[in-house]
Write a protein of this length. Structure first.
Length: 318
């Protein structure tokens, strides 16, 4: 005769477990868990972004010289001076803004399109693909100080390697790469493209990996040319990546500093003296921190407007 066995229901244990889950937020943890994970970032963001930003606004409202004990409040005078043609700040600031605009307009189209073409080529399967990806990305790991000093010597009109090579192949070799315009701008744009092309190419490659190969296969079967595949498959598939690359590239170009300082030193004259150079030297060399802070916020407003226009023009239309 079989004997029935009754298993304990564990009612007491279940109640205790339920009480513990209720107390600590269940299997998903406490409600405070997401905020605890965010806390290190929030501390850094507040300490190194928000606090300096608000403190910079406070400085811009004062005649701030950190070598002097008195820092009188001047209100919006530092801002209004930037829009007053009779002020001493007007011409240097807007001349530097003009130089910044020239570099941005000249460099951004190349920094957006050339890496895209390079990424499309490197996305194909061929022997040595990984090697070439590493070669094109390698310059980006170098610091701006290394890039600036290296190219300053290579582009020197008197003893630079570039002019030396041009002489060897019979092309003159007397080009004033960093001492006359438009060669100074050509040099800065070319060096920046060579230095940063790998970063944007890697971003594009990540976006290309999300476009299914079957789309290209179907288009090829339907008789689409390579250009048509690029136009109707690659570009629409990369729309979010393109928006990111264009925005980041515009902001980076508008904040160009190291190349102009180390390669041309803002010259010839002050033609390549960008806004960041003007702000830095006014604040740290001339100790006029209030004026420098006001300039930086005017520049930030312009960059914000440009970014909004970029988002509007590249938005996906319904």
């Amino acid at each position: 005769m079989a004997q029935a066995t009754v298993q304990p229901t564990g009612t007491g244990t279940g109640k205790a477990q339920g009480a513990a889950e209720l107390r600590f937020g269940g299997v998903h943890g406490s409600r405070a868990t997401p905020y605890l994970f965010l806390l290190p970032y929030l501390v850094l963001f507040v300490g190194f972004v928000l606090v300096p930003a608000f403190f910079g606004i406070w400085i811009s409202l004062h005649d701030w010289d950190f070598l002097l004990p008195g820092k009188p409040f001047v209100g919006a005078a530092n801002y209004t001076a930037l829009f007053d043609p009779s002020s001493v700040q007007f011409l240097p600031f807007w001349h530097s803004m003009r130089a910044t605009a020239i570099f941005t307009v000249a460099s951004v189209p190349f920094l957006v399109t050339v890496p895209l073409v390079l990424a499309v080529l490197l996305n194909r399967k061929f022997p040595g693909r990984t090697f070439f990806r590493a070669v094109f990305f390698a310059p980006y790991v170098l610091g701006v100080a290394v890039i600036g000093l290296m190219w300053a010597y290579m582009l020197d009109p008197s003893f630079g390697v570039v002019n030396g090579i041009l002489k060897l192949i019979g092309l003159g070799g007397n080009v004033p790469w960093i001492t006359a315009q438009p060669w100074a701008w050509i040099s800065l744009v070319a060096v920046t493209i060579w230095w940063t092309i790998g970063f944007n190419a890697i971003i594009y490659l990540a976006g290309l990996a999300d476009i299914g190969a079957e789309q290209y296969e179907a288009a090829s079967i339907d008789g689409a040319s390579i250009w048509q595949q690029f136009r109707f498959i690659t570009v629409p598939g990369l729309r979010p990546v393109l928006i990111f690359v264009i925005t980041v590239t515009i902001l980076a170009s508008a904040n160009m500093f190291g190349q102009a300082l180390l390669i041309t030193n803002g010259g010839p004259g002050d033609s390549t003296r960008t806004a960041i150079i003007e702000i830095t030297q006014r604040g740290l060399s001339q100790y006029r921190m209030g004026e420098a802070a006001a300039m930086s916020y005017v520049l930030a407003v312009f960059l914000g407007i440009v970014s909004l226009i970029n988002f509007y023009l590249t938005r996906e239309k319904a």
